[in-house]
Design a binder for this molecule. Structure first.
Ligand code: NAI
Ligand code: AKG
Length: 529
């Protein structure tokens, strides 16, 4: 039974969801804050469910020897080292929609609180001051709201702001013109937004491109009297520059839910009067926490129990229905990649993967990942299906995929071609009715060979006596032949033998096979089936 650790404060409903799905669960909501304890225990678990307190660092990933999946009950995954998780084959998932409404509502609450100075007015009234003349607010009606980052949350904020009769501008390089029209926002460049917005709200992840998107320079370009709301991530706004602009009055107020350093217990912005702060409460409603806890528990359970992948940030999704249909083709694709990879001795510049017939209608991305894994494994022992596409990209390998209708005799057919500086080498395969991978073509030569864990690959000139000589030598070497498969271009042309054997070959055995008359190449192949 797979075992999951919940190391942050998730709604306890998650525990029930895990149990209902047949997953053993340890609910230790404070463990994430205890780095040493986490390192000590993480090796026992197949899954980890977190919010933001658990930091999944290099050390945690190194100690997580059994971990297969990390699920973030929320959106931002900046507390997870995704490149390292990817390298180790750990799927990282989030719940991209469960807390979006709640976070958008927090941003709107912050905007209205800023406009009417609610927290300060509240404190003053409770202190018995009744300072009616001190708290002169501004209306939001007919004001301009500038949204930086118009994805899920930004779009909900835009919708609510339109309800408040605001004009909405959006700066988001990935927002299409059609989508902007659909959601009723004006798509603008950042400088335009800065020049025109009365309120600015941020809703991007923190990336190298968005870090300090509101820098001193950007804040300087903003309209005098602008109010800034950040319910996305600390680091999007330069806190020192914001403090200066608040002091000078260039920025009239700021409402911050997130900070450069969290937990934020001392921050120079806390001392300024026109600042409202909340302790990263954007997602903190009972509705949102229930949503994300249930979702993450369902997603982790589904992956561990059935291979279904939803909302993974480092792997394509695989639905519960398609998982059993795809799995045998994933194995075939890995075997083909592995076949080609083991025969390739120079560096791979690109690969082409052709899917023909029924398989072309399936989700081919996991098969591409598997084929790349097989092809890269002879070079990089610890490559896996999660890391292979990224490794291929990092190495500048061109990955071309082609899908087409059935053209030959096979209902489903996959051809994998490795491209090097010197040549292209293809190997094609299909599935037996039993779901076992079968090689049907190597370098354009047709044959029929079941893929087995140990195989001998021999290319030779098609001449009488070769098969006898090879069989005799294998017998002399004490190598048992489980299956012998042959193919050739034409009579007397190039021929290939693919021999299933019961174990691996020594270098000496291989050189004796290579030295046989008419043999051009002999190679021992291993498949991880
Ligand atoms: N305060 C809190 O408790 C919460 C904070 N968040 C934060 O909110 C962020 C946004 O969440 P979603 O809207 O769900 O994400 P999303 O991925 O749907 O939207 C993010 C948007 O930012 C845009 N973007 C990316 N780079 C950009 C750039 N350089 N300039 C302008 N726009 C850029 C993207 O195109 C995308 O449309 C999350 O990344 C997370 O950090 C999310 C939930 C709760
Ligand atoms: O879990 C939380 O309270 C924080 C939520 C958040 O920041 C996110 O989902 O990105």
């Amino acid at each position: 039974m797979p075992k999951v650790l919940v190391s942050d404060k998730l709604s306890p409903t998650a525990v029930q969801v895990f149990k209902d799905n047949g997953v053993e669960v340890d609910y230790q909501p404070d463990l994430g804050k205890d780095k040493d304890k986490l390192l000590e225990v993480i090796g026992q678990y197949d899954g980890l469910a977190i919010r933001s307190a658990t930091k999944v660092t290099e050390k945690v990933i190194a100690a997580a020897t059994n971990l297969k999946v990390i699920g973030r009950a929320g959106i931002g995954v900046d507390n997870v080292d995704i490149p390292l998780a990817t390298k180790k084959g750990i799927i990282v998932m989030n719940t991209p929609f469960g807390n979006s409404i709640t976070t958008a509502e927090h941003a709107i609450s912050m905007m209205l609180s800023l406009a009417r100075q609610i927290p300060e007015a509240d404190a003053s009234t409770r202190a018995g001051k009744w300072e009616k003349n001190r708290f002169m607010g501004v209306e939001v009606t007919n004001k301009t709201l500038g949204i930086i980052g118009c994805g899920n949350i930004g779009t909900i904020v835009a919708d609510r702001a339109q309800g408040l009769k605001m004009r909405v501008l959006a700066f988001d390089p990935f927002l299409t013109a059609d989508r902007a029209v659909e959601i009723g926002v004006e798509k603008v460049e950042l400088d335009d937004l800065l020049a025109r917005a009365d309120f600015i709200t941020l809703h991007t992840p923190l990336t190298d491109q968005t870090r300090n998107v509101l820098s001193a320079e950007a804040i300087g370009k903003a309209k005098k009297g602008v109010r800034i709301i950040n319910c996305a991530r600390g680091g999007l706004v330069d806190e020192a520059a914001l403090a200066e602009a608040l002091k000078s009055g260039h920025v009239a107020g700021a409402a911050l839910d997130v900070f450069l350093e969290e937990p934020a217990t001392a921050n120079p912005l806390f001392d300024l009067p026109n600042v409202i702060c909340t302790p990263h409460l954007g997602a903190s409603t009972s509705e949102a926490q229930e949503n994300v806890a249930v979702q993450v528990a369902e997603q982790i359970s589904a992956y561990l129990m059935t291979g279904e992948i939803t909302n993974a940030l480092n792997f394509p999704s695989i639905s519960a229905e398609e998982a059993p249909r795809i799995t045998p083709f994933v194995k075939l694709a890995e075997a083909l990649g592995s076949f080609a990879g083991q025969l390739t001795e120079t560096s791979i510049t690109g690969v082409r993967i052709e899917f023909e017939g029924d398989v072309a209608d399936l989700n081919t991305r996991p098969m591409v990942a598997a084929a790349l894994t097989g092809a890269l494994k002879p070079l990089l022992a610890d490559v896996n299906m999660v890391s292979a596409p990224q490794i291929a990209k990092d190495r500048g390998m061109q990955v071309e995929t082609i899908t087409r209708e059935q053209q030959g005799a096979y209902d489903s057919y996959i051809r994998f071609t490795v491209i090097t500086e010197r040549q292209e080498r293809s190997v094609a395969g299909t599935l037996f009715a039993s779901g076992k991978p079968r090689i049907i073509q190597v370098k354009g030569i047709n044959m029929e060979a079941e893929v087995t864990p140990y195989m001998l690959y021999v290319t030779n000139l098609d001449k009488p006596g070769h098969i006898g000589r090879l069989g005799t030598l294998l017998g002399e070497l004490g190598i048992n032949i489980a299956n012998f498969n042959l193919g050739r271009t034409e009579q007397g042309g190039d021929a290939i033998a693919l021999v299933s054997i019961d174990g691996t070959l020594t270098d000496d055995q291989l050189s004796r096979i290579s030295a046989l008359e008419d043999v051009k190449q002999a190679k021992a192949l291993k498949f991880n089936l």
